[in-house]
Design a protein around this ligand. Sequence first.
Ligand code: SF4
Length: 806
Amino acid sequence: MFSASSDSQDSPIDGKDGPFGVPAPMGESSPGSWSYTISVRSLCEFTTKRGDLDRRFTPSATALEGLKGQVAIAARRGPDYESEIALETTCGNLRVRGRADGYDARRRCLEEVKTIRGHPDDIPENRRHLHWAQVQTYGALFCRQRGVSEVALAVVYFDVDSQAELELFQVCSATELEDAFAQRCGLFLKWAQQEAAHRSARDAGLRTLAFPEGAFRAGQRALAEAVYRAAINGRCLLAQAPTGIGKTLGTLFPMLRAVPEQGIDKIFYLTCKGTGRITALDALEGLRGGTTGKSLRVQAVVAKDQACEHPDKACHGDSCPLARGFYDRLPAAREQAVTEGWLDAQSQRRIALRHGVCPYYLGQELVRWADVLVGDVHHAFDPNGQLWGLMQALDWKVGVLVDEAHNLVERARQMYSAELRLSEMRQARHIAPAAIRAALDALLRASEKLVEAQPDPYSVLEDVPDDLSRALQVAAASMGEHFQRHPLEVGPLLGFNFVLQRFVKLVESLADHSLFDVQITAGETTIDDASATPDLLSDEASAHMDSVDATLCIRNVVPARFLRPRFQAMHTITLFSATLGPPDYPISLLGLPEQTAWIDVPPAFPPENLTVRIARRVSTRYAHRSRSLGALVDVIVCQFDECPGNYLAFFSSFEYLEQAADLLAQRRPDIMQWRQDRRMGAEARRKFLGQFAPAGRGLGFAVLGGVFAEGVDLPGSRLVGAFIATLGLPPVSPMQGEIKVRLDNLFGADHGYADLVPAMQKVIQAAGRVLRTPEDRGWLWLLDDRYGRENVLRLLPPCWGLPEVA
Ligand code: SF4
């Protein structure tokens, strides 16, 4: 790992020009002449797709299966078979390139292999048409490159389950392929010219983009320079920067400036929470206004459930009116969207409805043509993330910014975890048609057998037993086949199928980065009480298995193995947050490269503005809570009386929060208080925060790690201090113990990755609510004697200094 300040690249963020001369790989152009590079796949998709949108569920092969399919076909063809033939040519100003899957010299046949599940007849007509257009285009490029006058073409559909292949075959002359190719390029040429002009204008605008607020805030310049250097050097950066310095602008601006220098195709601005996306879009609106002709295209990536106009319908022309004729109306909608350039959720919806197309799928298309994409982290890091898929398929060079990146470890763990419940299997078996019931029966039996064999309510197993593994495979294949035959079927069985397919995929990749665990529950109650075990799983228990529920879980602990290739494929990525450190934690758990740069931007506020105190007479350990509650409330009361104002007090649980709040209410009914509760909607949250009036006096009780511990902005006298009545450690449980053991095995002991490091990140986040502007002054009380320990103190921000112990 390197310090970000060790790079020596000149910075253009003062408005000076940075290094020039890196040609843009896509859409390169210069005044008077232009050229545009496009893949065969994109060219065909753009010019061929017509008719209805059809997203009925069709079980598809994974990327890995696709690769294996190609290898299987190559092995069948013999030693003369050429695989992965790189082809490239020009047509006027267009440069077209791609890789044909294979050439069988014996048959003089160029092949495009499509690995599928099921029969090719089930593939929608317009998609098969697209496959044929692709092989035709490869054929034209092949004839040119090899100087041959004719070639046989084949689209080979390879069924991954039966290993059968079905071939669409035709011999074509070079002349007819050339004609079709020229016609296809002709259809794309106008759009290409427009895109090349856009790229040129965009890059020119970004080269002279000035910082919108005139001067950088303290700390913001250091952050911006580090992001720029990372982008110019194609590196990953971890940027820990305090709240209030303007991180959104401080990262977006330098990344935009690096775009023309590095020929970056797109910027992804990704967040773990929706509020961050609103802030980013606000900042981008201002930055875009500063580019000549507002040439930057900005798009919000909207989730399907938010964009869908007909949630009661299915995504195909027979069901949804916005899917009918989608591809016929798409060109006009796309044209309007790129002309407007500002594509937040409302704009996408307005344009889509004007042209009678689905807003969600219009958005999916526009992702290809936008310059900055603002969305959730799952778009780039989830196994099925759309941006990751397109980035790979279309070979984009991307610059990525991840806001509130301290959440990424937990979010990524969820993306690579999956659960299967016995009760779900039973329900699926109950509603399943006869053809798949046997497979689901076998799956249920194997799962129940495993559950019965567990001596404890929570167990971690070394591996998935063979019989369960087989049952999972068979059930997944049967379900896949069923939905292949019944593509119109929707409902709970389809939902279970998705859960099952996801689980099976994660079983295949199970290794030391994940736990395979079994958690037994009875009815709706989790059995986390050891006393419940013996009766529950006694000899008679098998007779009552129907009343026992259990969850089989692939629980990811270290997502590094899944994310590492993604970081490698991104040209540059900056992960930023107020609480990222220590840097080895995200590097180890997320799989960032060893050379990842690190910058810790000091706060904009003088350290003396925040007084940090440790209450050494308070212990918030579970066993000590009732005894220490009086002392804890005493600290709160003394601080309040010494400096009346608005405070937030954070606790480890709602129960603890209630106990403290009740005692305070008894002792000091004159102190106003507001309590967070478990089910607070947006309005209730707004009301809670509304109580923090300027120059007000009162206490807000909240839970650490909850909605009021992050992203809450109460500047000035709206908040003068915070009490943190917990160390933030995760509750002790068998599962937490297993996670710790696994992390200890992987990274050695005493790293704190399982508990202390994420706990301190939560504490520092919550503490960040106190000082919001350079003028703010405030108090932070750490209510637990353990805050005085050396291993805890070294994880606290240096700007807090050595806290006073009281
Ligand atoms: S409007 Fe909804 S149902 Fe219709 S195509 Fe779009 S996402 Fe599917």
